[in-house]
Design a protein around this ligand. Sequence first.
Ligand SMILES: Cc1cc2nc3c(=O)[nH]c(=O)nc-3n(C[C@H](O)[C@H](O)[C@H](O)COP(=O)(O)O)c2cc1C
Length: 191
Amino acid sequence: MRVLAVNGSPREHGNTYLMLKRVCDRLAGAGMEIDEINLHLKNIAPCGACMICVQTKDGQCHGENDAANELIDRTRRADIILLGSPVYFGSLTGQMKAYMDRVGYVSRQGDNFLRRKIGAAVVPARRAGQLFTFAELNMWFLINGMIVPGSSYWNIGFGRREGEVSEDAEAMATLDELAENILWLAGKVGA
Ligand SMILES: Cc1cc2nc3c(=O)[nH]c(=O)nc-3n(C[C@H](O)[C@H](O)[C@H](O)COP(=O)(O)O)c2cc1C
């Protein structure tokens, strides 16, 4: 079983990374294979609406010559997709939006490779905007036919400086419960 953890924060080892890691460590401990992507380290432009994928339906992006097809291929190979984004001005980061548009559109115009994968989102912020951002990420899972496990609370955390979210005990407990529910669900669906 393969997990893809997509980090939309430009801080490579910031709070989003720590939230994703909390879940991934538990999944890895249960034998799952973890693939990690930090979008900031990849060259991925926003969708240019060239619509070539609508014509070709070949599961590839033919727009910009950047990392999109690598990200598409790594997403396709995953059974479980974790998306993490910090809140930037009440919303998700530009890097994450580019990933969602480029990968999601190619999936929908092709063979719907996202369909029935398991998806879960994690969102840190200093003060506000986590729930809106969490909803944005979950709407991407849902429109793409993915299966979304819950937890004991929404998968959000509080923290500003790098590492601060680890001090949010309720967030850490929520992520632990999320990991348990992902494992339970993966067992049921045979992911
Ligand atoms: C450009 C920018 C915009 C931000 N906007 C918000 C915001 O709207 N609400 C908030 O609570 N925190 C905001 N923050 C703070 C981050 O969400 C917070 O520091 C978060 O923990 C960063 O996660 P990271 O370490 O994974 O990058 C913003 C930070 C930056 C750099």
